[in-house]
Ligand binder design. Structure first.
Ligand code: SRM
Ligand code: SF4
Length: 518
């Protein structure tokens, strides 16, 4: 690793506190913190280091913490979901959960005194929240219909789990990877529709066939350096490397080691992987990774296999296993209550195989429902709330956390997003879904740059007063030929947004006012 001690003077405050004490060290202090209470804990431990365990102090709701889990490939069992629901139930109105834009789940309202017991309960059902925040590798995304989709080229589930196990030491924490220069995102897709937004990850594997002497072989082209930040957003670039599935875990390790040991640490705004690639050039970066691996990469295959439009998986779909179906249920902006979670677990157990999946659109899929169970499944009350038949705007709505719980937020997002979409659906008819993403600040957790219409929270001015507003993004394309959208209008006050969106929907997406003859 970089000798942090020799460069302490040039380090930012985050690098300094990481050099003083590794984030993972707080794992040994959880019992002590639980006894002390949240307001007596050293503030660097409480506000920062606890994030190495996935525990987030929320300045907006002091004393009520958020826990971000890890859900590799977005897959969870009913038994795990029951445990999460049960943990939340004791917190009454403070409790809620969110499905995240990384196919993951976060719990809210958590009290520090309960952490020892919560971690024991996680361990008992094979859950972990370790290394899910701060300068760590985030939840690793994979195809939400891996192993179910007749058209998939590769089932990503096992690889995603192996990468997570390598990085986190099987969920216990791995200090080899707890002091990266910044966060790091990994995605792997084996389907044809790029259901993970590969292009916005620091490291992504996309399916590609290579012509070798022994014939056509399946593997992945490697993309690197994709990221969003307040200062800069970039799509990932090709590493010009093709790897077999068997190589993927070692390649992840090698790239993480190169980034950990050489990534830029002086300025936190310039610490993501792409900044290192800029400084070195892609050839030097590739050579450094090859050096770690001890062999040279095969050059990238001439084209990848991402040749479908992106699916949203809402509704009933046939699985590759005859007689089985997966059902995608729409969860408005990913928000769940404890009782919803118990009900989801029950439905997965009663009608399916007890498996639950999440998508990066913050929705749920219940797989393995036999044909004979479908009718009664679809008649369940929960499907009125989490419908398989949402409106064309509701269907694709995504929103980050926003001001309700996030102190970076410049605006409230989730509730506003749901209300506004309801009003627009009441006044317009649509012939196609339109993907609208809300994000409460320029950090872009809600990925406005991948949306048809992206809305980024900002402070706007109206009648000489500061009001909540948005910058509007358009042109994001997902799936085949994915590309990032750009800002087209700045500073629209939220209170004036509805007519602006109405016009954009009519002009660009074929929406028609309800009273117009078709
Ligand atoms: Fe994010 C920081 C929520 C996906 C870019 N993000 C935060 C924090 C932790 C800030 C904080 O401490 O309050 C937010 C926690 C709020 C809360 O209480 O929920 C937060 N980010 C989220 C989630 C929950 C949004 C959601 O509603 O789904 C997503 C959790 C994913 C997960 O399960 O791990 C989430 N964040 C993203 C994504 C999207 C993605 O990964 O596809 C991005 C843009 C992609 C990227 O990172 O390149 C994203 N979050 C950021 C950034 C800007 C990073 C940068 O390099 O500058 C920050 C700020 C930071 O890290 O300093 C941030
Ligand atoms: Fe918070 Fe901003 Fe991320 Fe939304 S985009 S969750 S407001 S940091």
């Amino acid at each position: 690793m970089t000798d942090l001690a020799t460069t302490t003077t040039s380090l930012n405050k985050f690098e300094k506190f990481k050099a003083e004490k590794d984030g993972l060290a707080v794992k040994a202090e959880i019992e002590k913190f639980a006894m002390m209470g949240w307001d007596a804990i050293d503030t660097t431990d409480r506000d920062h280091r606890l994030k190495w365990l996935g525990v987030f102090f929320r300045p907006v709701t002091p004393g009520k913490f958020m826990i971000r889990l890890r859900t590799p490939n977005g897959i969870m069992t009913a038994a795990q979901m029951y445990v999460l629901a049960d943990i939340l139930k004791r917190y009454g109105d403070d409790a809620s959960a969110d499905i995240t834009t990384r196919q993951n789940i976060q719990l809210r309202g958590i009290r520090i005194e309960d952490l020892p017991e919560i971690f024991n309960r996680f361990r008992a059902v094979g859950l972990t929240s370790v290394q899910s925040g701060m300068d760590n590798v985030r939840n690793i995304t994979g195809d939400p219909v891996a192993g179910l989709d007749a058209d998939e080229l590769y089932d990503t589930r096992e690889l995603v789990q192996q990468i997570q196990d390598m990085i986190t030491n099987f969920g216990e924490g791995n200090s080899e990877f707890t002091n990266l220069p910044r966060k790091f995102n990994i995605a792997i897709t084996g389907g044809r529709d790029n259901s993970v937004h590969a292009e916005i990850n620091d490291l992504a594997f996309v399916p590609a066939f290579q012509s070798l002497a022994e014939g056509e072989k399946f593997g992945f082209n490697v993309l690197v350096g994709g990221f969003f930040s307040a200062k800069r957003c970039e799509a990932a670039v090709p590493l010009n490397a093709w790897v077999t599935p068997e190589e993927v875990v070692a390649v992840c390790r090698a790239i993480l080691e190169v980034y950990r040991d050489n990534g830029l640490r002086a300025n936190r705004q310039k610490s993501r992987l792409m900044w290192l690639i800029d400084e070195w050039g892609i050839d030097q970066f590739r050579a450094a990774v090859e050096n770690k691996l001890g062999y040279k990469f095969v050059s990238a295959a001439p084209h990848d296999e991402i040749d479908w439009e992106k699916r949203d998986h809402i509704g009933v779909s046939k699985q590759k296993q005859p007689g089985l179906n997966y059902v995608g249920m729409h969860v408005p902006v990913g928000r769940l209550q404890a009782e919803d979670m118990s009900q989801i677990a029950r439905l997965a157990e009663v009608y399916g195989s007890g498996e639950i999946r999440f998508t990066v659109e913050q929705n749920i899929i219940i797989p393995n429902i036999p044909d004979d169970n479908l009718v009664s499944f679809l008649a369940e009350k929960l499907l009125e709330k989490f419908t398989i038949n949402p409106g064309q705007l509701t269907r694709s709505l995504v929103s980050c956390t926003g001001a309700q719980f996030c102190n970076f937020a410049l605006i409230e997002t989730k509730n506003r997003a749901v209300e506004l979409i309801k009003s627009l659906e009441a006044e317009l008819d649509f012939t196609q879904p339109v993907r609208i993403h809300w994000t409460g600040c320029p950090n872009s957790c809600g990925q406005p740059q991948v949306a048809d219409i992206g809305l980024m929270g900002t402070k706007a001015r109206k009648n000489g007063k500061a009001v909540e507003g948005v910058d509007i993004y358009m042109g994001g394309k997902v799936g085949k030929d994915a590309k990032l959208g750009n800002c087209i209008t700045k500073g629209v006050p939220c209170e004036d947004l509805q007519p602006v969106l109405r016009d954009l929907l009519i002009q660009h997406f074929g929406a028609k006012p309800k009273d117009t003859p078709q």
